[in-house]
Each structure stands twice: as C-alpha cells, then as structure tokens.
Design a protein around this ligand. Sequence first.
Ligand code: ADP
Ligand code: GLC
Length: 494
Amino acid sequence: MKILMAASEAVPFAKTGGLADAVSALSLALVKLGHEVKIVLPRYYSIDRGNLRQLEGPLGVPMGGGEEWCAVYTTVLPGSPKKNPVAVYFVDHENFFGRDGIYGVPWEPDYLDNPRRFGFLSRAAFQLCRKLDWYPDILHAHDWPAALVPVLLKFAERSGEFSQTASVLTIHNLGYQGIYGKENYGCLNLWWDTFYKAGFEDGNMMNFLKAGIYSADKLNTVSPNYARETLTQAHGFRLDGVLRCRSADYCGILNGIDGRVWNPKTDTLIPQPYSAKDMTGKAKAKEALQRAFNLPGNPGVPVVGMVTRLTEQKGVGELFGPAYGSAWSICRDMNLQFVLLGSGEPWCEQEIRSLSSRLSNFKARIGYSEELSHLIEAGSDFFLMPSRYEPCGLNQMYSLTYGTLPIVRNTGGLADTVENYNQDTGSGTGFIFDDLTPQAIYNTLGWAVWAYYNRREHIEAMRIRGMEQNFSWEKSAREYADLYASALDLIRRP
Ligand code: ADP
Ligand code: GLC
C-alpha cells in the first residue's frame, strides 16, 4: 500500500511528545512490512534547510479564496531501509512556520494563526501528491493539526486521482482538539455547508478534531483501553458522543517503542549497555544518574525517576500542587531519591524549583534532554507516571524495557501495559493505583519502597519480567495495515 502520513511532529525533526516518536517509528515499521510511506511535515524554523534537498519549483496551496505559495524540501527518514526508504517532505512557508515553537511559545502557547498554519499543512498534503504525481491509497492524519486531511478528502478532494484514496485519523490525545473562532473557517477554502456537514460546529466555535472524527473513513487511538475510555463521558472530552456514533469504525492500537533508540543492550547514551542476563550496566547507570543529579552515590537507596511534560494530563497537580502535593511528603517521609526531568506549565516549574531547594533527596532538571532521559530510564529503580489520562504513554514501556519498575495510575495505555504487583505471589511488572489523589500516589510509592527494602527478590524478578516484554512496532504496524485495508474496503466496495 502507498501511505502518506500528515503530522505536525516526527522525530528527529520536531518533537514535543510521544506523537513525534509514534509517527516516525510507525512509518519505519510499515516500510519494513513492504508498504511505501511518505511523511509530510511543516519546515519549522529549527529544521535546518542545509540538511535537506529542495524540490524544483514552488507549491501553490489554495487558501482563503486565493493561494499561498511555499517551497518543498525533502530528505530520507533516518533508520530507513536502503531499498524502501521513508521520504519526508517539508512544506516551507516562512510566514507560517519560520518562527520558534511548533504550536506556540511560552508567552503565546497557542499561536493565534494555528488554524491557518495547520489548515495550510493539510491542504498542502494534497498539493504535494499532485506535485509528486504520486497518489496514496491511504492518507493517514495524526491529531488535530492534520485532522483537516480527512475532511478535505471527503468533502473537496475525493475525485480524479484521489477517488480511490481512503483516510485514517489517529487520535494521540483527545485533550487537544484545535478549537478556534468560526471567523477562521474562511481561510480553509471550504463551503459553509461543509462546516455543518463535516461537524466543525462546536458551540460558537469550530473544532478541527471533531470534524476529522466525523469525516475519516477509519479512526483509532493509541491503546485499546483508551479507545474504550474515550467512549465515556468521563474521558471523552465532550467528543464521546461523536466517537460513539463512529464506534463501528473506531479502535485502539497500542503504540510500540523504537528498539533502535530504546534498548538497554545497545543504548549509547548510558555508561554501559546491559541485559536481563547481566545487570552490571544498570548499576553503573544508577551511579551515573546519582552523580549527574548531585545525589549521594548510594546503591542501596531506591531512585524514583520521572521524565514528563509538566501539564495537568500528567497528574502534576496532585504531585506538585499547592503546598507541594504529595512529592513533598514522599521525599520527607521515605528513604529514597527522586529525580525529575521535565518542562511545561510555569506554576509547576516554579513549585519544582522550590521543592528542590528545600529537600536534599529531590533533584530536578527543568528542560529537555534526550541524553538525561535515557539515563533516568536506565538508572532509576522506579518510574512514576500518575497520569490523569494517558492515551498510550511511552515512558512506562521504556521503563519496563530498562528493568525500571513503573508506578502508574490505572488509566489508558498504562493499564494495558503494566501488570500490578502481587506481594503474595511476587507476580506483576509494576505498581498501579486507581485514584488520582496525593494520598494514593503517596501510598503506592510507599508500597513500592517497602517492597524494595523488604521483598528484594520480588523486585528483581519483576525487573526481568518487564525486560522480557516485547513492545515492538511490528505488531502494531500490522494492525495499522489491517485498519488501512478496512478503510479501503469501505470506499472501494461497489
Ligand atoms: P506525551 O506524548 O503525552 O508527552 P509519551 O509518554 O507518549 O507522553 O511520550 C513522551 C515522550 O517525550 C517520551 O519519549 C519522553 O521521553 C519524552 N520527553 C518528555 N519530556 C521530556 C524531556 N523533558 N526531556 C526529554 N524527553 C522528554
Ligand atoms: C500523546 C499521548 C501519549 C501517547 C503519545 C503517542 O502525546 O499523550 O499517551 O503515547 O501521544 O501516541
């Protein structure tokens, strides 16, 4: 099959979270199965044109009753097989993308012209195919920034060369929907009746993701449990009704992890590789982690790690909220070391800075670091994810692979990938709690630390069990291929 991925992020070019990992790793897994995959992304300012090849001639994109022009650059996605590489195309529009930030900057977190910027990306996806004279079987859109792609296909483009093309929309996070004032609709070059038919209407606003959900031939999210949860009012972010209407075409496919990047046996960002058979490298990583965070180099004290965006989704309100949430009492009462890497909401960064100045066993690095994130995954004993909701979550899978026991809330993909510890039998791969309260986080961390000091044999066996799990993308890619086939079936059936 020929597949065009449309997305706002893909590693190593642009990343704010797991979406970027998923887009690139899925594309690589699909070409390994023999499919032909291309990706279209914006050429953000931070992506160096010097490393890319420019296609000849400009690309004209219909916008706002007229046309916007951009250049197109291309390169091969790193990690691609030589015989069937993933080609990445960048639409280079100075006015829309030639600035810092993917969706915004700290002083303007959601750029005012985002509907225009990402509307442009979706329209450009079709024009790019025309320019390349390459027409995909599947247009695969990711999250709200590309959600206009299925809408355009259904209401404007499905004719001629695109008459046999089907669309798939993957929801990586229902919490971000792209809701903007209706006055932005004009720039999308669609008729007003499409506004209603495609389900853009959202109160007095327009909603990109909702329209994508209405229009895509097939839909999925990134874990089976999150797919079920999003059909309920509690987790549906007001779109549960729309999703229930589409439930026959909606499923959950668990993300995998990129084994080239996240593998303790080959990781070059940790001091010494290791495996379940020889864990010396893990002890070395713990030592290096303690050193990197200026903690006493004590191998006998459990280290709890966190790498996260600091947003409500990740449970940081309960962990660091007013009066320090539960992190304060955890670090005060328990014999452990706590390390955190993350950035996000200013109030939370501030609380974390203040906490680390008051507690000798709590250390934090505010910022983004690929290298430190590997060291934390490898060097920690436990990895904490108290998420309010988690469509899939990659870090708990990295943790399991690195023999680091996840402590997670019973939600979304976390519940699909972690098995709770049973202290009678020693079974399980991590520690799970239900309620998102400071007390529940405190109690569960306390339980894990108790097991660390009192049930060491269970801890070691759980580590090995986690490391033996297989989270490869191959299985998920096969499920996507089936989803593509069913989407094609829908539109090509006589
Ligand atoms: P989400 O996409 O909701 O943030 P995921 O668990 O799916 O959550 O993916 C997060 C990804 O971003 C992981 O690869 C994680 O290691 C990475 N990440 C998040 N914050 C940082 C940071 N401050 N430094 C390095 N990597 C980070
Ligand atoms: C989103 C979700 C996260 C998921 C990632 C990749 O950012 O928050 O849970 O793992 O997308 O699909």
